[in-house]
Design a protein around this ligand. Structure first.
Ligand code: KQY
Length: 374
């Protein structure tokens, strides 16, 4: 069993590194539930396999899969991808998985947050979520790392750090009473400082319009370098995303990071609205307790939901005229990495995107770092 630490990362000198810092690899979960993924999850499985293969060009990938799906996943995934059996309720490891931390000596530890499927019985997306809640602990234990286990509900997609003391979050999510109703804003800020090793908590009001996570920041605004963020954007004042993005820009232009730097904001224009077709909606099983999918529903499509691997950036594409400009901007912002686009509609139809289905593990310099090739 991984050792549970009753101190805090901050007290122990640990911090969450930025996503662009070196990784030992990336973790994913395999989709299979037919009440979230259409067509018995088969189209989503192909999309997840494409994401895994793209990331595997830049770092080792591990995909965790249920016993029932092991052979299917093994056959569909690139041979370089490691497949391990693990039970889960769905496949959003960004949110139910661990947050990995490092210290200056290169040791790695994990934070095993509490998970309630984005709101529990007050607006959560499915029931139960008990197996998802075990994923963080299981992954940390597989890596033989020690873990912190705060009594705090938090999803990895609701935070984004620069590795130099700043974290981006949204009020829509972290202050939502369906997460930690007993905690004040001040207490939540302190928990972020203590468990991520940050100083500056940069609050945006909202995430992306109709994001079913209650506004995860990883779909809205991310750090791309120290002192630089990328923000999903529209110039159309009639689009409901417009007031959200303009309000975020206003706050970002006032903020300073933990080192006192103003933030340079890169606008990443969103694709045209992506709505569910009747055929797509009909392919999803209706199950009480799971958020239904209706024809005409708009999904929270954003290019901001990309994954930064060691030598590549894997970004969603939507078969939209904005795909090209979005990928070009990412290429400018990550000049040492190849930008790989993966068609992401099938992932989006499940409620998230590429960043939501991935979780990086930092390289560190401890036993895990030397146990297998990087
Ligand atoms: O986007 C995410 N981080 C997760 C979305 C969960 C959707 C469940 N239907």
């Amino acid at each position: 069993m991984s050792k549970i630490l009753d101190t805090t990362p901050r007290a122990d000198g640990f911090r969450m590194p930025a996503e662009w810092e070196p990784h030992i690899g990336c973790w994913m979960l395999w989709p299979e539930r037919s009440d979230n993924w259409r067509g018995g999850a088969k189209p989503a499985q192909h999309a997840f396999a494409a994401v895994a293969a793209a990331i595997a060009q830049g770092e080792p990938v591990t995909v965790c899969v249920s016993p029932a799906q092991y052979l299917v996943a093994r056959a569909m995934l690139d041979p370089t991808v490691r497949v391990v059996e693990m039970t889960s309720n769905d496949s959003w490891i960004r949110d139910c998985g661990p947050t990995f931390l490092v210290n200056d000596q290169g040791a790695v530890r994990g934070v095993d947050w509490k998970f309630n499927a984005w709101g529990g019985l007050a607006g959560g997306l499915y029931f139960p979520w008990d197996q998802d809640d075990l994923v963080g602990e299981k992954v940390i234990e597989l890596e033989r790392d020690d873990r912190y286990a705060p009594d705090f509900i938090l999803e990895g997609g609701s935070i984004d750090v620069d590795g130099e003391g700043a974290v981006l979050v949204t009020e829509e999510c972290l202050l939502n009473p369906n997460r930690n109703p007993d905690k004040t804003r001040i207490e939540i800020e302190q928990l972020l400082r203590d468990y991520l090793g940050v100083e500056a908590v940069l609050w945006l009001e909202h995430g992306v319009y109709l994001d079913e996570t209650d506004g995860h920041v990883d779909n809205m605004c991310r750090f791309v370098a120290p002192g630089e963020v990328i923000l999903t954007w529209t110039d159309d004042p009639t689009d409901p995303q417009y007031p959200r993005s303009t309000a975020a820009l206003e706050r970002l232009s006032r903020y300073r990071d933990a080192r006192g730097r103003p933030l340079r904001v890169h606008k990443l224009v969103q694709p045209k609205p992506v709505v569910i077709t009747p055929e797509e909606a009909a392919g999803v099983d209706h199950v009480a307790g799971t958020l239904p999918r209706e024809p005409g529903d708009r999904m929270a499509a954003s290019y901001v939901n990309f994954y930064i691997a060691n030598t590549v950036v894997v970004a969603p594409s939507f078969d939209d005229p904005q795909d090209g400009p979005a990928l070009e901007l990412l290429a400018q912002l990550f000049p040492t990495r190849r930008i790989l686009a993966v068609p992401a509609r099938e992932i989006l139809l499940g409620g998230g995107n590429i960043h939501c289905i991935t979780q990086q593990e930092p390289l560190g310099r401890g036993p895990a770092a030397t146990a297998r090739p990087g």
